[in-house]
Design a protein around this ligand. Structure first.
Ligand code: HEM
Length: 323
């Protein structure tokens, strides 16, 4: 591009350069809600991509190993959709962030932003990891040798953790002092994708007509996973909320606080349904209507979990009510 200064390693300099360019470029207005939408798609993509691996390896390995080709196809579709969402929404996230900050977007700016900012570098790493994590989700998961399965479980966990880390590294938590808030965010996100992914995949599988042994084992494992992850989500979520809102008046008195309340109410409603499943429907599984109802309730939980992801998309793109 004519008149473009040499590339520098300082975002501030890039910003000055962009303001210069703005004078001669088209102005493209953007609303903050598009950024929230991009974030929601990113979270949904993560749940679908990583949730598939968590399900086949940890929550429902018996169901996975005895599965029909039709059932395996569901996982492949889910993981492919997750990868596409992550890929497309990563581009949108970068584009809307630049437009929101500077009021315009052009290609040379996008290239500069991707290479020179922490956000850009995190998204680049994430895009590289999408394919690797998708492959690692399935490789070795049906191998008859348990050592191979265990080793590939570790490989998948490493890829998944680094991919989720690309979010935590640029989250609101990363702007706080020290690494503890960032690590708490990573633990929160890992628990969220493990639980939400397992619920969504199990709810969408065609397994709700017959009470088979692999289905029973999977339901019991999901129940235990739910207990651990929900406790983790409440602990780390309340900690994250407390980091940003220390004055109780700000809970109702700021957009961030109000979004957090909506999110927590959604989570509480899911936990109530999960408790009903655990103590009422699971013990009565021998009855056909209980199995059918359990499938329905899991689908309802899936819809509400998506609502939680939308609320989180808004939360993570809303200004925190402190300096
Ligand atoms: C009572 C329970 C929960 C509380 C109090 C809570 C609170 C929070 C807070 C304060 C954040 C930080 C948002 C920011 O960037 O400013 C967060 C992030 C997040 N939460 Fe929750 N949360 C809870 C449960 C859940 C559940 C059940 C899910 C998903 C199913 C979930 C998914 C996420 C995700 C995906 C992030 C973003 C992580 C990132 O960008 O690095 N949360 N949560």
């Amino acid at each position: 591009m004519a008149g473009v200064p040499n590339r520098t390693h300082h975002v501030r300099t890039s910003t000055i350069y962009l303001v210069e360019v703005q004078r001669s470029r088209r102005f493209i207005p953007v609303t903050i809600s598009m950024l929230a939408l991009a974030k929601t798609l990113l979270f949904t993509g993560s749940v679908l991509l990583i949730g598939a691996g968590v399900f086949v390896r940890f929550t429902g390995p018996d169901l996975w190993r005895t599965s029909s080709p039709a059932l395996r196809r569901r996982f492949l579709i889910g993981i492919a959709l997750g990868a596409v969402l992550l890929f497309v929404a990563s581009g949108l996230d970068i584009a809307y962030t630049i437009r929101n900050t500077l009021g315009f977007l052009d290609q040379s700016m996008a290239t500069l932003y991707v290479s020179d900012t922490r956000h850009g570098r995190a998204v680049s790493l994430r895009v590289i990891l999408i394919g690797a994590t998708a492959g690692a989700a399935f490789v070795g998961s049906r191998h008859p040798n348990s050592t191979v399965r265990h080793l590939t479980n570790v490989g998948f966990a490493v890829f998944a953790t680094v991919l989720l880390g690309t979010f935590s590294w640029i989250s609101h938590a990363a702007t706080m002092n020290g690494t503890v808030p960032m690590i708490a965010d990573l633990v929160h996100f890992s628990a969220a994708v493990s639980w939400a992914g397992s619920v969504i995949y199990l709810a969408s599988l065609p397994v709700w007509t017959e009470n088979t042994a692999p289905l029973q084992t999977t339901l019991l494992r999901l129940s235990s996973l739910g207990l651990i992850t929900v406790a983790t989500l409440f602990g780390t979520g309340i900690y994250a909320g407390f980091l940003h809102i220390q004055d109780p008046d700000l809970l109702m008195g700021s957009p961030y606080g109000r979004t957090l309340i909506i999110k927590v109410l959604l989570v509480i409603s899911i936990v109530m349904i999960a408790t009903l499943n655990r103590f009422w429907l699971l013990p009565a599984l021998q009855r056909h209507d209980a199995l059918h109802r359990l499938g329905l309730f899991l689908r309802l939980e899936s819809v509400l979990l998506f609502g939680v992801l939308v609320a989180t998309g808004i939360l993570s793109t809303t200004a925190v009510p402190h300096s």
